[in-house]
Design a protein. Structure first.
Length: 348
């Protein structure tokens, strides 16, 4: 009887250990499948992500994909709250806020040139007119060992943000209220610019009058005649309804719309190492996704614009445009000629 009792106790203990181990293994497997983070210990964090364009644009879709990957890789411990269509302000408004110590915004998708106003000289090179010959040239840069040097520039400057990944939204083109069939038709036109010195210099070189207007006020500024036109990538031109007030688009492709996603130091420091690693891995995936969709998405939008009656003018010879921009190109690369040449040499 005593032997039987001991055997029963041993059997019960063994069963208990087996069930416990099985549950532990299952939990570990679930955590591994869910992502890189430790779902048992990682804190729940929500990061507010600012996007000036609608979610159906190239950059909007890229942001949504990045959000999905972050939430998957962290097992849901990090949530990305995308605030699109400029509800949190223009790029400059957002940067002013986060660089001034504001904590309401944790991440933002910005144009690469947006940081030039805050002392980022390397980033300026990406917005120099006619730097990139085509998309392949840009992606050769974005996927090269040179790109991290540019992404890390804010940290070198002691700015409280860091770059995560690059992308692009297509080449930027001018659009106007009145038809523009050549570079000479731009003479005297009031064209909207941001506070970017490169863009301002380019517009002056083309013989037009640079006029600073907030992106959120651009539609009404064109409508009321404050400006005669502006420049944007094709997808953003359509998604922001600019064809309604400026139905003329000339495909000069003066600058590639290079973009990057940044995160504030305040937000970064909230994350565990596993969550930080997941953010960076999601950035790599989002960069590859952006490269995959950008050309096809732009081609689709351009076909829709033509079908809707938008006046689209091709530029067969860009030499006069490049010649008009020679001074701003020279001034913008001054002191960084060797670095600029490294970018140029990636065009195969």
């Amino acid at each position: 009887m005593k032997k039987l009792t001991i055997l029963l106790v041993v059997a019960l203990v063994a069963a208990f250990v087996f069930v416990g181990c099985s549950k532990g293994s299952s939990t570990a497997s679930d955590a591994a499948a869910a992502g890189t983070g430790n779902v048992a210990t990682d804190p729940k964090v929500t990061l507010v992500y600012a996007e000036v364009n609608p979610l159906d644009t190239i950059v909007g879709r890229t942001g949504s994909y990045f959000k999905e990957q972050v939430e998957k890789l962290t097992g849901g411990s990090v949530t990305i709250d995308i605030q699109a269509s400029g509800v949190l302000g223009s790029e400059n408004d957002v940067l002013d806020s986060i660089l001034g110590g504001g904590t309401q915004i944790d991440m933002s998708r910005i144009s690469a040139f947006a940081l030039t106003g805050y002392g980022a000289k390397k980033s300026m090179l990406l917005s120099v007119p006619f730097t990139f010959a085509d998309r392949d040239h840009f992606w050769a840069f974005a996927n090269s060992s040179l790109a991290p040097e540019f992404l890390n520039e804010p940290q070198e400057l002691k700015l409280p943000i860091r770059g995560i990944f690059y992308g692009e939204e297509g080449f930027r083109h001018f659009f106007t209220k009145a038809p523009v069939n050549s570079i000479t038709d731009l003479k005297g036109l009031k064209l909207r610019v941001s506070n970017d010195p490169v863009m301002t210099g380019m517009v002056k070189g083309l013989g037009a009058a640079p006029t600073v207007v907030s992106f959120g006020e651009l539609y009404s500024a064109i409508q009321t005649g404050v400006v005669d036109g502006a420049e944007q990538p094709i997808a953003n031109y359509k998604s922001n309804a600019f064809p309604e007030v400026a139905p003329n688009l000339i495909l000069d492709g003066h600058t590639l719309g290079a973009i990057q996603v940044v995160i504030t130091d305040n937000a970064w420091n909230k994350l565990t190492k596993a969550q930080q690693d997941a953010i960076m891995e999601a950035g790599k995936l989002a960069q590859a996704y952006n490269q995959q969709i950008s050309q096809e998405a732009e081609d689709k939008v351009l076909a829709e614009l033509k079908a809707s009656g938008c006046n689209v003018v091709d530029v067969a010879d860009k030499a006069p445009w490049q010649q008009a921009c020679k001074d701003v190109i020279s001034n913008s690369v001054k002191g960084q000629e060797a670095l600029y040449q490294q970018i140029q040499s990636l065009n195969k």
